[in-house]
Design a binder for this molecule. Structure first.
Ligand code: UD1
Length: 353
């Protein structure tokens, strides 16, 4: 069997890493990896391949653009060429980025089966690019690998029941696998003490592209940073917006650092007090790490965690309050499977293809 895997953005490298290590166990599967180039800075891309022990992609398309249509369109053109040349049995896609959607469109036009890892997630606002990407990809996938029970229900509600497999979450697999290698060097470098700092990540278009909203968020976090240290590995998009909107004065008390690799972020997370984030993946990694997250989103695809009271959704006006209030919530383990999602995904593909 030949699998063509498509990655492009930071969270997809993490998911691909565990699938790749599973595929490597079988001589009868060949995997071709295509990196679209959506994320291109070394600290957003290359470093992940190094620390997660992945081989270099077979193709790197070097496609990135600020306009989503242009980016997706260019990707479709190149991915179609590669699919025609490589003739894969199945195209493997991850998550909800523009690279995911481009792969889905290119494969569907060539009638190549699509396997979607992290299928079934749904959230508001419906017009956020990621929601559009995941709905469209699920619609035309033949294999839908779902990380949570809620995901299965979401698909059922849309009439999608065929090819749906509850596998658990590949991000939990990699978390367990890499835990012994988490990197704690930043604790010392940034003079951090256990439970006495917050980690914040922010990059969603609906949070960072509107000047008034970004300003409100940063003001709240600035207030928090007067009471507890806030460490913010900054996404390039957010850095650009802060500069553009003249908001740099609001981050002077925050420990702003360059984007960090997976092992470093997980190392910090094991020791932090809480997490503030608008990342889909990181709100869940906080849970894996036994930490509460304040999620700056109107909704989340990982509702199990907010229903349990472990994570809290917050708008831009209540971040301080949500972070500072102590919250008792029962920690329930293994909501996202048993750490064997990648094994299940690869064995399902071997059986059915
Ligand atoms: C993308 C995904 C999002 C995912 C996120 C993880 C889409 C629609 N969104 O959002 O689902 O959660 O990745 O980070 O696909 N940039 C750089 N260097 C880089 C990467 C990006 O400068 O290495 C700049 C880009 O030029 C662009 C901006 O950051 O101006 C945003 O990048 P883009 O890939 O469009 O979306 P993300 O916000 O990263």
């Amino acid at each position: 069997m030949k699998i063509l895997s498509i990655v492009g953005a930071r969270p997809q490298f993490v998911k691909e890493a565990i699938i790749q290590s599973e595929i490597n166990k079988f001589d009868d599967i060949k995997e071709v990896v295509v990196h679209t180039g959506q994320h291109y800075d070394d600290n957003m891309s290359g470093v992940f391949f190094d620390v997660l022990d992945m081989r270099k992609p077979d193709y790197n398309l070097g496609i990135s653009a600020s306009k989503h249509g242009e980016m997706t369109g260019k990707m479709i053109i190149r991915l179609e060429e590669i699919m025609l040349q490589e003739k894969p049995d199945v195209v493997l896609l991850y998550g909800d980025t523009n690279s995911t959607l481009a792969g889905a469109i290119a494969a569907s036009k060539l009638k190549i089966d699509i396997a979607h890892v992290e299928a079934g997630l749904r959230q508001e606002p419906k017009d956020m690019p990621e929601e559009i990407n995941r709905i469209l990809t699920d619609r035309i996938s033949q294999y839908l690998f779902v990380p949570s029970n809620l995901g299965v229900e979401n698909l059922k509600g849309e009439g999608i029941t065929e090819g749906v497999f509850f596998t658990g979450d590949v991000m939990y697999d990699i978390f367990l696998k890499m835990k012994p290698s988490f990197d704690y060097v930043l604790m010392e470098k940034l003079h951090l003490k256990e439970n006495q700092f917050i980690i914040m990540t922010l990059h969603r278009d609906f949070n960072v592209d509107i000047p008034e909203k970004l300003e409100k968020i940063l003001k709240e976090v600035n207030r928090i940073s007067k009471e507890i240290k806030v460490v913010m590995p900054i996404h390039p998009r957010t850095q650009k917006r802060i500069n553009e909107f003249g908001l740099s004065h609001l981050i002077t008390d925050i420990t702003v650092i360059e984007p960090i690799d997976y092992l470093q972020l997980m190392g910090l997370t094991q020791n932090c007090y809480k997490v503030i984030t608008d990342s889909g993946g990181y709100q869940k990694e906080a849970y894996f790490s036994g930490k509460q997250a304040v999620v700056i989103m109107p909704d989340t695809g990982w509702r199990e965690l907010t229903d349990l009271g472990l994570n809290t959704l917050s708008d831009e006006n209540n971040i301080y309050q949500n972070v500072m209030k102590a919250k008792k919530a029962e920690y329930i383990k293994d909501i996202y499977g048993d750490g064997k999602a990648a094994e299940k995904i690869v064995s399902i593909l071997r059986i059915y293809k």
